[in-house]
Design a protein around this ligand. Structure first.
Ligand code: AMP
Ligand code: MG
Length: 424
């Protein structure tokens, strides 16, 4: 069994971990999943590159024109005053001008057309004047202007995109620009998920007294799907030792990671926590944050085999689930996906227009709405911020991140916000 050795970590106090430290510990422990597959370039969107893409060609492949205009030799241009040059032909994109441009001559050239030999300057058509079979060029032109040199974007033999990069439309375009149709990417991360709780009711069944519909499984499913995971939805699991054990065993046998909700808070029956520990090596953390204080992290390896699954035991409250997912599970999954480096979510300053109550000694993730006032970005909390108020997530377009040491916020103060666009 892999030993996770939580206790050897510096600055490790499971009873009070900062958000930053908890994320750091997780990321340090998680490897990228092994296993590659070859895909056609379009299917690779959203996947992580498993090997460097080496450029087989220079991009662009030829010196060419960046503008529609006139291809000239800069040595022919007068230092002051206009220059009259003879028009000797046209270079089109995909149809080069084959002749030689001699002294006092110019070629009409289109954007993307190969530069004729000895030409080092393109004069844009808007400033040139045609006079019969001549073209008149104004002063002030420079050598190399409006030209694109072979290999200035990418050099043959060099890595165009490094292994570990997430393939976005720009990367897909670069790969296509190299003429590469197939590439090697990491396989998808398989994530099993289930909700725990005797009070949970599945959709399509009437609510019994005291029951709630299981919404966490839907938000978690959505968040995992957005990340491109292969999601294995195992449904609701009752707070019953035998049923829970069977669920953990099944999940560990088929997935790289398991995400659960509920069962990790102080008020929960201890057998859930005991079970998690018995089936693997799991730490129960109290993270200095709000919402989402309790969380379990570790490995479930029921048979002591190497191939268990990573466990992310999230709290039960619906907002806490989403906040802990974005702050911890999402970067962890990006690491499992092979993303290198795992990007930090950027935060930006905005002016908070309302007072916010906040105690020092924990990081808070309030839900906020951004707006502009006289060109300045401002933010207002969504209203009720209870960890069960899922509508606060639906109304929000950002998290207001109130730092660990910060106390209350007065209206007008600057706060840091984390955009949900991009995060979600
Ligand atoms: P727990 O962490 O299991 O004590 O749950 C805390 C709160 O979250 C309780 O009010 C639960 O009813 C609620 N809760 C737990 N699991 C879910 C779920 N899957 N969907 C919606 N609410 C849940
Ligand atoms: Mg519960």
């Amino acid at each position: 069994m892999t030993s996770l050795n939580f206790t050897c970590l510096d600055d490790y106090d499971p009873e009070s971990l900062s958000v930053h430290r908890a994320r750091q510990i997780m990321l340090a422990m998680l490897p990228a999943v092994a296993g590659h597959e070859r895909l056609f370039v379009r299917q690779a969107l959203g996947r992580v590159l498993a090997e460097d893409v080496i450029s087989p060609v220079d991009v662009p492949a030829h010196d060419n024109s960046a503008m529609d205009g006139w291809a000239v030799r800069s040595v022919d241009l007068a230092a002051t005053g206009e220059t009259r040059l003879k028009n000797i032909g046209t270079a089109f994109a995909g149809r080069a001008f084959d002749g030689k441009v001699g002294q006092g001559e110019a070629v009409r050239i289109m954007t993307g057309a190969v530069l004729p030999q000895d030409v080092d300057c393109v004069v844009v058509q808007e400033v040139a004047r045609v006079d019969g079979d001549s073209v008149i060029v104004p002063p002030g032109q420079r050598a190399e202007q409006n030209t694109r040199r072979a290999g200035e974007d990418l050099r043959a033999g060099k890595a165009a995109i490094a292994s570990g990069k997430l393939l976005r439309p720009a990367e897909i375009g670069i790969i296509a620009s190299l003429g590469i149709a197939e590439l090697s990417v990491r396989r998808r991360v398989r994530v099993a998920l289930f909700s725990t709780g005797d009070e949970l009711c599945s959709l399509g069944t009437p609510l019994f007294p005291g029951a709630v519909y299981d919404s966490n499984r839907y938000t978690i499913w959505g968040m995992l799907t957005r990340l491109g995971c292969e999601v294995i939805d195992m449904g609701v699991v009752k707070d019953d030792p035998a049923t829970l054990e069977a669920a953990f065993r099944e999940a560990a046998a088929c997935a790289d990671a398991i995400v659960t909700s509920g069962g990790v808070s102080v008020g929960e029956a201890d057998f859930i926590k005991q079970l998690m520990q018995q089936l693997g090596e799991v730490a129960f953390w109290k993270i200095a944050m709000k919402p989402g204080r309790p969380m379990a992290f570790g490995r479930i390896q029921p048979d002591g085999r190497e191939n268990g699954a990573w466990l992310f035991g999230l709290p039960g409250n619906p907002v806490a689930v989403m906040v802990t997912f974005y702050q911890f599970v999402q970067p962890a999954i990006l690491k499992l996906m092979g993303l290198d480096p795992v990007p930090a979510f950027p935060t930006f300053p905005a002016r908070c227009v309302e007072d916010i109550r906040k105690g020092k000694g924990r990081t808070e993730f309030q839900r906020g709405i951004l707006f502009q006032d006289n060109g300045e970005w401002c933010v207002r909390p969504t209203g009720a911020q209870g960890s069960g108020v899922l509508s606060s997530m639906a109304k929000a377009d950002c998290f207001i991140v109130l730092e660990h040491e910060r106390g209350k916020v007065s209206a007008g103060e600057t706060v840091q916000v984390q955009l949900m666009t991009g995060l979600v």
